[in-house]
Design a binder for this molecule. Structure first.
Ligand code: FES
Length: 263
């Protein structure tokens, strides 16, 4: 009899093997768990993603680039690589083309490989197209124990996509992220909203989600509504215990010897 953890580990291994079969050019080094969630750690030229496709920041974003660069000494311009990649990704509908990374490299005066290294390391940088709403399911232990696999399966089935695939209307994609620091309200998903470009970009947490609730969230987003962020459990206030406090209910006693003269 296999334990649930062993079953999950073997399912994970199977998924990794499938990726290797699909992309034989992947090497062990290029598919560590951090990058598995985005499933792409190499570049293949395509008609809309090759170094000959021109890409630049918009005029408004060029001003933001100047503002970002002003935070760094002129001999440390390369430190702006992450905020500039983030801005480029927001402007480009949620993913980075090789040309956009080349533009960032030129802006900060480094070799393009220095930018590729950063973009391939951090899983928040997407190097393939994502939906206008990129839904990220937390797959780390506390969320997994609280049902994140079921959440992901529900989203994939509801949207009729595989992980990291975009729906036909370009509205949604589903990815996986590791712990997003919200374990107290597990399971949780994040919605990266690229529908309003860099001007209206948001990255919202939805916590205490259930399979039913994630479907409702998706449908609200489809209608152009903004579901209330944070916990989705009406019995919880922010990160407090669900159902309210069960201890420390009375007024705390004052500290002894408040009146120092009386001690
Ligand atoms: S494990 Fe999901 S937020 Fe920490």
């Amino acid at each position: 009899m296999f334990s649930p953890a062993a079953r999950l580990a073997s399912k994970r291994m199977l998924e990794i093997r499938q990726v290797f079969r699909q992309f034989p050019q992947l090497t062990v080094e290029s598919s560590t768990s951090r990058s598995f969630s985005t499933a792409l750690n190499y570049h293949i030229d395509s008609p809309d993603n090759n170094p000959d496709v021109p890409w630049d920041f918009t005029d408004a974003n060029k001003e933001r680039v100047k503002e970002i660069m002003s935070h760094y000494p002129s001999n440390y311009k390369q430190s702006a690589v992450i905020p500039l990649l983030d801005l480029a990704q927001q402007q480009h509908g949620g993913w980075l083309t090789v040309s956009s990374m080349n533009t960032v490299a030129k802006t900060i005066g480094v070799a393009p490989i220095r930018v590729y290294e950063v973009a391939t390391f951090y899983s928040m940088f997407n190097r393939v197209k994502v939906g206008k709403y990129h839904l990220l399911v937390c797959g780390t232990t506390p969320c997994m124990i609280r049902g994140s696999r079921e959440i992901e399966d529900t989203l994939l089935k509801h949207l009729r996509v595989k992980r990291n695939e975009v729906t036909k209307d370009g509205m949604f994609s589903v990815g996986e992220m590791e712990c997003m620091g919200c374990c107290v309200n597990a399971p949780m998903i994040t919605v990266a909203d690229y529908s309003k470009s860099s001007e209206g970009y948001t990255y919202n947490y939805y916590e205490d989600v259930t399979p039913k609730r994630v479907v409702e969230i998706v449908e609200m987003l489809r209608r152009g509504e903004t579901p209330p962020v944070g916990t989705q459990n009406p019995n919880r206030i922010r990160g407090g215990p669900a159902g309210g406090n069960t201890t420390l209910l009375g007024e705390p006693k004052p500290p002894p010897c408040r009146d120092l003269d009386a001690c």
